[in-house]
Design a protein around this ligand. Structure first.
Ligand SMILES: [Cu+2]
Length: 227
């Protein structure tokens, strides 16, 4: 349902969407129940001529049931949501799969630098390809990213991959993604980082193997690192 509005283009984006739908369905169900009950009570016990208001402490057992039973049910569904959330969180944020390449991502006010491994596939070597506001990856490849900030808090977000990771100055944060659909997509900073925050966008190019090899071939010349 969510992918109708934002495509679901990474190996874990579908799991995150399912978790969102589960939370929305369960919370939505209880919201509707609560509001229906509330409005019914407002109508049923409205002021009526000749009927005095009754003082209720809420401690009467027959009334307390209306609190304790829903309370127990909500705790039960909370357990379902927490188990679902931990499973997705572990897979996306805690677990690091075997990765084929590492990309360096550096945030600063107000741009992104993406350091690609270059033709040798190794980061931090002479043939690295650094680009401003442009990231190039190959579809179906599992990437590790190394996220850093030069100045303030930023947040690396690629909506179609359902990835969002804060950057913290002075800290190196590792994560991973596996793009599954080719195309050109948005990257956006999602942490208020100063006056240029709103324009701190970039693009990710998810390419087929042939396209990616062609880009690698010609990109070394335009690399920021090569200048
Ligand atoms: Cu920012």
């Amino acid at each position: 349902m969510i992918e109708r509005y934002v495509p679901s283009n990474s190996s874990y984006s579908g799991d995150i969407d399912q978790l969102f739908l589960l939370i929305t369905a369960i919370v939505g169900f209880w919201f509707i129940c609560t509001m229906a009950m509330f409005l019914w009570l407002v109508w049923r016990f409205r002021a009526q001529p000749g009927v005095p208001a009754l003082y209720i402490t809420g401690k009467e057992p027959e009334l307390k049931r209306w609190i304790t039973i829903p309370h127990a049910l909500i705790i039960l569904v909370d357990v379902v949501l927490i188990v679902g959330a931990i499973r997705v969180w572990y897979n996306v944020k805690q677990f690091m799969p075997e990765t084929e390449e590492t990309i360096g991502i550096v945030a600063q006010q107000w741009a992104w630098t993406f350091v690609h491994a270059g033709p040798d596939g190794e980061l931090d070597t002479a043939d690295d390809i650094a680009m401003i506001d442009e990231m190039h990856v190959q579809v179906g490849r599992t990437y590790r990213f190394r996220l850093e900030s030069k100045d303030v808090l930023h947040s690396f977000s690629v909506p179609v991959w359902r990835i969002k990771q804060d950057t913290i100055p002075g800290r190196v944060i590792m994560g991973w993604f596996k793009p599954t659909v080719e195309g050109e997509f948005d990257i956006q900073c999602t942490e208020m980082c100063g006056i240029g925050h709103g324009i701190m966008g970039a693009r990710v190019f998810v390419e087929s193997e042939a396209q990616h090899q062609a880009w690698l071939g010609q990109a070394s010349d335009s690399s920021v690192a090569a200048r």
